[in-house]
Design a protein around this ligand. Structure first.
Ligand code: ADP
Length: 306
């Protein structure tokens, strides 16, 4: 039995070095990456939708076309007159990647401006996925509150609300507000999927155990703590399990490891797999992704479901 997977956040224009002072244009962003991998791992009786706000410029049109071409629905995307998408540039120096961002004016910051539209969009979904980056880019505290209250409503209506805190300090003006908003995001969710690194750095968690207990104490029923090559620990309704990482002999690019893990995990879970089987599959998918360049690898390269 299928349904609708809805991911909400900011997809950006990605510029990467293409030699000879040339830049290559692509599109990526944490919640979009997760939608991409969910689409790749779900059967056709599931639709995958992306919700964001875009402008009415040619770049916004190109991005929409790119998303649609990936068989990801865009019907709900809000258009902001005069708006543009956010943009980032990958700098490559001696094999080290650093990122420059232009997203202060991104149309995505307005994605929660229309509460009724947000509610209708969430109402049509069975699973709603968002991240700490989704929360960080929202234009005003009032929009954060609108967004969270619609999520709480969706969760109360029985939908799965999945949240990756994806904590990026530089997107937040104030650390206390960041930690409080991430905590509020988790409280609105039925499933939290943090990366231990981020949690240790920002919440000061001494162990994966501490991270799990912190989220459990907020009332989150299902928790998946990813810890890079050290694997993932699951706590589903109090039942603990561990999914080792899949060995990767040649790590090429770790961009999107967590995003692809989340997309593959949620897809398998929605397809009826146990959390343990879903995590084993997700570890295999993430291992494949980090063995290739770029945030979005072709679905053909991913492991087969089974
Ligand atoms: P994020 O990208 O959000 O920081 P993690 O680094 O925790 O996420 O990685 C997410 C998942 O990707 C892990 O749970 C693991 O399955 C896989 N993974 C990440 N790094 C490695 C690695 N070096 N070797 C094998 N698997 C990895």
């Amino acid at each position: 039995m299928g349904g609708r997977f809805l991911s909400i956040g900011e997809c950006m224009v990605e510029l990467s070095q293409a030699g000879d002072n040339l830049l290559r244009k692509g599109f990526a962003g944490d919640t979009f990456n997760t939608a991409w991998y969910a689409r790749a791992c779900l059967s056709r009786d599931w639709s995958v939708d992306y919700f964001t706000a875009l402008g009415d410029d040619p770049l916004s049109e190109e991005m929409l076309a790119f998303i649609k071409q990936a068989d990801i629905g865009t019907d709900a995307v809000t258009r902001i007159p005069g708006g543009t998408p956010g943009l980032y540039l990958i700098n490559l120096k001696n094999g080290e990647r650093t990122f420059s961002y232009w997203r202060g004016m991104s149309a995505a910051r307005q994605l929660a401006a229309d509460a009724d539209h947000l509610r209708r969009t969430m109402d049509a979904a069975d699973l709603i996925y968002f991240s700490g980056i989704t929360l960080a880019v929202l234009a005003t505290p009032a929009q954060v509150e609108t967004f969270l209250s619609e999520l709480r409503r969706a969760r109360a209506a029985g939908k799965i609300v999945a949240f990756d805190p994806n904590i990026r300090q530089r997107l937040w003006a104030n650390k206390d507000v960041m930690l409080q908003t991430i905590t509020d995001g988790a409280r609105a969710a039925s499933m939290v999927m943090p990366s231990f690194d981020d949690e240790a750095t920002n919440f000061g968690d001494a162990s994966v155990e501490v991270t799990i207990e912190r989220y459990r104490s907020l009332g989150v029923a299902n928790i998946v703590v990813k810890d890079g090559a050290a694997g993932a620990t699951l706590d589903f309704e109090g039942v603990r399990s561990f999914a080792p990482a899949h060995e990767v002999s040649d790590v090429v690019d770790t961009t999107s490891a967590g995003d692809s893990f989340n997309g593959a995990f949620l897809a398998r879970l929605l397809s009826g797999a146990t959390p343990q089987d879903a995590a084993a599959f997700a570890a295999k998918a993430a291992a494949t992704v980090i063995g290739h360049h770029g945030a979005l690898i072709s679905p053909d390269l991913l492991p087969l479901v089974g």
